[in-house]
Write a protein that binds this ligand. Structure first.
Ligand SMILES: N[C@@H](CCC(=O)N[C@@H](CS)C(=O)NCC(=O)O)C(=O)O
Length: 210
């Protein structure tokens, strides 16, 4: 199977990180192409691949798939042996629900705390709607842990697509130095130790030097 992932800058592109982590979970060999965002020719370059003009994009033998959630579902379907979602039906439903909530919400956090791997300062003061998003995130993670039926340090025990979807939030929480309950702090630590995340972080920080 030939898979080609098109992403934005590793330093800035949170949605691209989700696509890459989903491919890592699937154990899917693929090639990668990085299109720098916020350049005069960015839109023209993206439109050559997809009318969405957004990354990530996954080029497959079944066509070009736009959107990180669609990419995740495609990989789950194509690599069933990788068990990208939790095995238990109720846990799987909760994992899908959590990813969808991430995908279509948390706007205050996303808007006020832009993804930037090199950022290292708190918001001062923290806007009320951002704090509400942080509190809701913490509650959502607790709901995931409560639904988990497998063991391990990730949201549903073992690594699943839910962790790929929340890794960029872990970056925001850490780089904006958000105070978290110990259980969430430990989860952020766990995500920062995921080898595929570490590789992305290293490459992202190297983009600054270039
Ligand atoms: N919901 C989409 C969001 C994709 C998105 O907004 N990607 C941003 C980069 S993280 C983008 O491509 N922006 C285009 C641009 O900045 O020109 C997904 O899940 O893939």
């Amino acid at each position: 199977m030939s898979l080609h992932l098109i992403i934005g800058d590793k330093l800035f592109s949170s949605w691209s990180l989700r696509g890459t982590l989903a491919l890592d979970l699937a154990g899917a060999p693929h090639t990668e192409e990085l299109i720098k965002l916020n350049q005069p020719d960015t839109r023209e370059r993206l439109l050559k691949h997809s009318p969405t003009g957004k990354v990530p994009l996954l080029k497959t033998e079944h066509g070009t798939i736009a959107d990180s959630l669609a990419i995740a579902e495609y990989l789950a379907e194509q690599f069933p042996e990788a068990d990208l979602w939790p095995k238990d039906t109720a846990a799987r439903a909760q994992a899908r629900s959590a990813c969808a909530q991430m995908h279509s919400g948390f706007f205050a956090m996303r808007g006020n705390m832009p993804f930037d791997l090199s950022h290292d300062a708190p918001l001062s003061p923290t806007p009320t709607d951002v704090q509400a998003d942080v509190d809701r995130m913490s509650a959502l993670w607790a709901e995931c842990r409560a639904a988990a039926t497998e063991s391990g340090p990730y949201l549903f025990g073992r690594l699943t697509l839910a962790d790929a979807f929340f890794a960029p939030i872990a970056v925001r929480l850490r780089t904006y130095q958000v105070k978290l309950p110990a259980v969430d702090e430990a989860y952020v630590d766990t995500l920062y130790q995921w080898p595929a995340f570490k590789a992305w972080q290293k490459a992202g920080l190297e983009e600054i030097e270039r």
